[in-house]
Design a protein. Structure first.
Ligand SMILES: NC(=O)c1ccc[n+]([C@@H]2O[C@H](COP(=O)([O-])OP(=O)(O)OC[C@H]3O[C@@H](n4cnc5c(N)ncnc54)[C@H](OP(=O)(O)O)[C@@H]3O)[C@@H](O)[C@H]2O)c1
Length: 339
């Protein structure tokens, strides 16, 4: 089979297209013929060595993907062969991700994908949707799970709603019944966040975004899903309601964070920091179940008309796909693996 590998950390040029044996699924595992592989910022950060040194002598990158199960290991129901699935956390603790014609994952990390949902949708779910789920389920007064109605009466602020995670935050929050406000930085991104389902968009680079958000949500925001805590802390604090939650999944821009302890005490602020690698199996499983339900409801579409343009590359241009993500491509970067 064709596979992308790297043997050393470095720039995109460490990625090579090679031939490898088709892997056999072990006990409790499924083998998937990968149709599309989703690229996330963590994939290039891991490849570059910025986050961790190499954990294996050779790595096939990419956590997310979608395809069809073509074999199962011992203990897995054989009726799953032929099932369309989306994959999550494929490279967590193992060296073989989805940038290959076949990959092997624990059966629970291959989630059935309904016929109505394309492989584009499936390969876009993993990291963004599971992150968004976590961000929306850590408030003091719940909910812990998402379903229609779970966020009724709540106001969610999706920072940077034209980003891949921001897009998933908007879609999941909207599906669960929240009023959704998204910050954006341009009219084009306003259009995307609105297409994703945001009720309101506010340009965070112009005017007085805090006053605008306060006008939209006079009682304050219940949950902020934050991509740039250092840059946005003052804004978040200005719009958060008492006992509100700031769920932080990134600090893009790298600005340092300085907390005003008294202000946070007065608000009873809850900060939840999150990274999928250590969120634990229970949270991942719950998130995958709820995301699967949202997919069945048709609530997580992708594509320009749904606020997430698709930027596609063939497998032999995976290096360009990494560069696109690193350079901040707007939308979802996908690698087409097999037809
Ligand atoms: N903790 C986790 O488990 C986890 C999971 C997924 C992703 N992440 C991290 O989250 C970040 C985003 O990932 P992604 O896949 O969504 O990337 P993406 O598609 O490139 O989106 C990033 C978004 O952040 C927005 N942004 C940047 N600075 C902002 C600011 N000051 N205020 C508001 N929005 C801002 C950008 O919009 P503008 O350019 O318009 O500002 C852009 O829409 C990356 O650093 C990634 O590594 C972490």
């Amino acid at each position: 089979m064709k596979a992308i590998i790297y043997r050393d950390n470095g720039g995109p040029d460490v990625l090579q297209l090679v031939d490898r044996d088709v892997p056999a699924p072990g006990p409790g595992e499924v083998r998937v013929r990968v149709a599309a592989s989703g690229v996330n910022p963590t994939d290039w950060k891991t490849r570059s060595g910025a986050t961790n040194p190499m954990s294996f002598p050779e790595v096939t990158p990419h956590l997310d993907g979608a395809g069809v199960i073509d074999d199962v290991g011992e203990g897995v129901d054989r009726s799953r062969v032929g099932q369309r699935v989306w994959l999550f956390m494929a490279t967590a603790g193992r060296p073989t991700g989805t940038a290959a014609e076949f990959t092997v994952v624990p059966a629970g990390q291959a989630v059935p994908l309904p016929d109505e949902a394309g492989f584009d949708v499936g390969a876009s779910l993993g990291v963004p949707a599971l992150t968004a789920h976590r961000a929306l389920t850590v408030a003091e007064d719940g909910p812990r799970r998402l379903r229609p109605g779970a966020l009724d009466g709540k106001v969610v602020l999706a920072a940077g709603g034209a980003g891949a995670v921001g897009h998933a935050v908007i879609q999941l929050a909207r599906w669960a019944g929240a009023t959704v406000i998204s910050t954006i930085s341009s009219p084009e991104k306003a259009r995307l966040a609105t297409a994703a389902g945001a009720h309101h968009v506010v340009n965070y680079r112009e005017g007085d975004p805090a006053a605008e958000i306060r006008k939209l949500a006079p009682d304050g925001v219940d949950i902020v899903a934050e991509v740039a805590l250092g840059a946005n802390l003052a804004l978040d604090m200005a719009v958060l309601r008492t006992r509100g939650t700031i769920s932080t999944y990134a600090n893009d821009g790298g600005r340092p964070v300085e907390l005003d302890v008294m202000q946070n005490m007065r608000l009873n602020t809850r900060f939840q920091f999150l990274v999928l690698y250590t969120v634990g199996p229970e949270a991942l499983t719950s998130a995958a179940e709820d995301v699967a339900a949202a997919v069945r409801d048709g609530a997580l579409p992708v594509g320009e008309e749904h606020g997430l343009p698709l930027v596609r590359f063939p497998l032999d241009r995976t290096a360009d796909a990494h560069l696109a993500v690193e350079n901040g491509a707007v939308g979802k970067v996908l690698v087409d693996v097999t037809p």
